[in-house]
Design a protein around this ligand. Sequence first.
Ligand code: GDP
Length: 212
Amino acid sequence: MEDDPDFAEGARRLFAGPIEFLKSAPELKFLPDATVPEIAFAGRSNVGKSSLLNALTNRKTLARTSNTPGRTQELNFFDVGKPVKIRLVDMPGYGFAEAPKDMVQRWRVLINDYLRGRQVLKRTLVLVDARHGLKDVDREVMTMLDKAAVSYNVVLTKADKIKASALDATLDWVRLEAAKHPASHPILFATSSETGMGIAELRTALLEAALI
Ligand code: GDP
């Protein structure tokens, strides 16, 4: 489907059309009914998650950029399409060096609660800064997703910040490492919210994942 130009055009149109913030869920009981395929976005704080959400949806301020460590830990849900075709789930950023232990624990509980038995969750994107590659916190999250049997793609962000040769090298080693994780999808993406690199491909892949 990814190579089908009509399908790619359908994905482009979907993300260019109506997109609405649905709700925030600080706890499991506030989750929306599981009626629409969901795609979740995870990543270390400052990885470029809000910028990627905005680039994918062609909006400047759908997701708020530059989250601060003190910010509430909640899942934010966005409905794509009218009628809704895909629900995007913005997970709270992780990996603040100075994050207090109870906040890290709260993140784990919220995410694990969400992941558990969420059959409409079709794919998670684990965002990783192209300049750094995987860090231990990313590996922990990937292991969490493996355990929950939630399929995920590693997506490199801020690819415009490094040379093509360095990007290729990072893609190679991250791909090798991701392949050892049972729930990791073999396709990696290199993206830039600044230049638009990889954004159209990612839209198509998300629509495809949602329709499986
Ligand atoms: P979040 O905390 O993961 O939501 O990260 P943000 O989206 O707020 O981005 C963190 C910082 O990285 C901001 O200053 C962004 O402008 C910058 N940034 C995000 N994506 C890109 C990108 O693709 N290229 C470049 N050059 N900067 C980016």
